[in-house]
Design a protein around this ligand. Structure first.
Ligand code: ZDR
Length: 277
């Protein structure tokens, strides 16, 4: 099985083109492939499939085999694969995901790809849409959540996948390793959650670190960066366009007037290979 390996802000993925042939068990394949000692090593696998509704369909599986609805860093890598490997000649196309049909746009400078911008669609803010237990019909903005005896203010946002955004004074030193899994499995979140720990630098700059559902700490999270900017606006901490500084790079996110969230950032091919597993 041939594959390509990609990274976007250090969030890394193995991309497999399954338009012709699909594996029997995606969950098992993802667990094996993502293993950093016995496999290729990645935060998830991205699967290219045909779509009846869009130009292509993307599926993403986490390292633990669970399927995510969407992946922001992944879709930039996915889009660049389609363009670089000439599966499309268009610079803007549609991709069916678990979060609906999204529209990536290849950014060119003198014929060279410098990044990818993605229309990530509209954020979902009602409790049952995210989902967060006990918040049916209303938004979850700066609500108390208690973890290990300490209470934090959470703002919950779905970008197709669930996110819990917590503003902290010092993102660098926040004990994510100890607390991340407790947020992920908190009883508020029936489908578990990704959690972003965010320090506001000024109204257009934030520092964000993430604990990903099904993948633990990663260097970056695209949907999480979008959720962060939406949460920052809802709490009146930042403006609608901001730079999100992640462990592995930075993303520009804008929650536009039409309610769509636009994310811009890099997507890089790391290597290509053949999987013998
Ligand atoms: C966070 C993520 N890497 C991205 O860039 O958006 C998405 C991965 C999927 C995530 N772990 C989930 O929702 O289960």
């Amino acid at each position: 099985m041939k594959f390509t390996k990609w990274q976007g802000c250090g969030n890394d993925f193995v991309l497999i083109d399954c338009r012709e042939q699909e594996p029997e068990d995606y969950a098992a394949l993802s667990q094996k492939v993502c293993d950093r000692h016995y496999g290729i090593g990645a935060d998830g696998i991205l699967v290219v499939l045909p779509s009846a509704k869009a130009d292509f369909r993307m599926r993403i599986f986490n390292t633990d085999g669970s399927e995510a609805e969407m992946c922001g860093n992944g879709i930039r890598c996915f889009a660049r694969y389609l363009y670089d490997y000439k599966l499309t000649s268009k610079t803007e196309f549609t991709v069916e995901t678990g979060a609906g049909i999204l529209v990536p746009k290849i950014i060119l400078d003198g014929g060279k790809v410098t990044g990818v911008q993605v229309d990530m669609g509209e954020p979902h803010l009602l409790g049952e849409e995210i989902p967060v237990v006990g918040f049916d019909g209303r938004r979850v903005i700066a609500e108390p959540i208690t973890v290990e005896g300490k209470t934090y203010a959470m703002t919950a946002v779905s970008m197709g996948n669930p996110h819990c955004v917590v503003f902290v004074d010092d993102a660098e030193n926040f004990p994510i390793e100890e607390l991340g899994t407790q947020f992920e499995h908190h009883e508020f979140f029936p489908r578990k959650t990704n959690t972003e720990f965010v320090e506001v630098k000024d109204r257009s700059h934030v520092r964000m670190r993430v604990w990903e559902r099904g993948a633990a700490i990663t260097l970056a999270c695209g949907t999480g960066s979008c959720a962060t900017v939406v949460a920052g606006v809802l709490n009146d901490k930042i403006d609608r366009k901001a730079e999100v500084q992640l462990d592995g790079g930075k993303l520009i996110v804008e929650w536009a007037a039409n309610n769509h969230v636009f994310m811009t950032g890099p997507a890089e091919l790391v290597f290509t290979g053949e999987w013998n597993g």
